[in-house]
Design a binder for this molecule. Sequence first.
Ligand SMILES: Nc1ncnc2c1ncn2[C@@H]1O[C@H](COP(=O)(O)OP(=O)(O)OP(=O)(O)O)[C@@H](O)[C@H]1O
Length: 314
Amino acid sequence: MQRPRISVVGLGKSYGPVTALVDVNLAVGPGTILGILGHNGAGKTTLVDILATRTLPTSGTATVCGFDVVEAGHLVRKCIGMSGQFVAVDETLSGRANLILIARLLGAGARRAAARADELIEMFDLVQAAKRKAATYSGGMKRRLDLAASLLGKPDVLFLDEPTTGLDPISRSELWGFVEQLAANGTSVVLTTQYLDEADRLARDIIVLAGGHIVARGTPAELKARVGTRSAKVTFADPFTTRRAADALMFAGMAPLADEPLCAITVPVATGREISALVRALDTWSVIPLDLTVTEPTLDDVYIALHRAAKSAV
Ligand SMILES: Nc1ncnc2c1ncn2[C@@H]1O[C@H](COP(=O)(O)OP(=O)(O)OP(=O)(O)O)[C@@H](O)[C@H]1O
């Protein structure tokens, strides 16, 4: 692995008697999108706040862009950008004026600030609206402008906090495209999200936090493999047929989960051979299904399984 942009060793944080993070270890390489998942209170904000130098750790070490977050916070702040669900643009100014203002605040001269603003306006597809007040922008446009603003300092590491909350599906998909493009150009992205489809689509590495601990980590595919296999959902015309189908499948050695009121049965099916066996078993008992769909486990399944495991461990 190339030298990590973010390196975290044994990181811990307590707020008085409240333990928010415990022994967190991480490495995030250039161009990697790290997804941080976890319930409310799991420690996500605390971890991001330490990495963005907004709060100090109580144990362990963390470096961002090679700089220690405690010893060299001012250098860390120069190499990071932040964008999130609460858009930080001035609605009374145009999109372009917002970007120029922030670029100037970051120390760019007037000409350089205008050039950088125009570059980002082009990149985020805001050319038509560049001179309009940001107050007139749609939610998706404001989020794009906020993301553009977070890139003015050309950060190597970008923190994204729930970047698509409240956006319609098309705006979400557009924003995801921009984030993917940034990562492809080498920016490391730390993404906190409650939307598991967002983490699934964007993140190559995911950590799941619970009670301040990392309880799982891996690629989306690795995490899904942990909760098991594909399953077939078969629906029937009525509860009686559903019950008979469940009997047929049990007789064939399968493990059906029947929902009689909904006239549906779910059966784990790891292979194509098992799908054939399922259909054969129903046919042998002359049970005719209405429909059969095979679904892959989702990150939602992973998340629910981990949450159940964490609860039963308490
Ligand atoms: N300033 C603070 N003072 C005291 N306790 C805090 C403080 N900030 C966070 N905590 C506690 O630390 C724990 C982790 O909180 P944190 O905000 O990091 O979780 P989170 O995963 O980001 O949650 P959310 O999704 O709700 O934002 C929680 O128990 C929280 O109550």
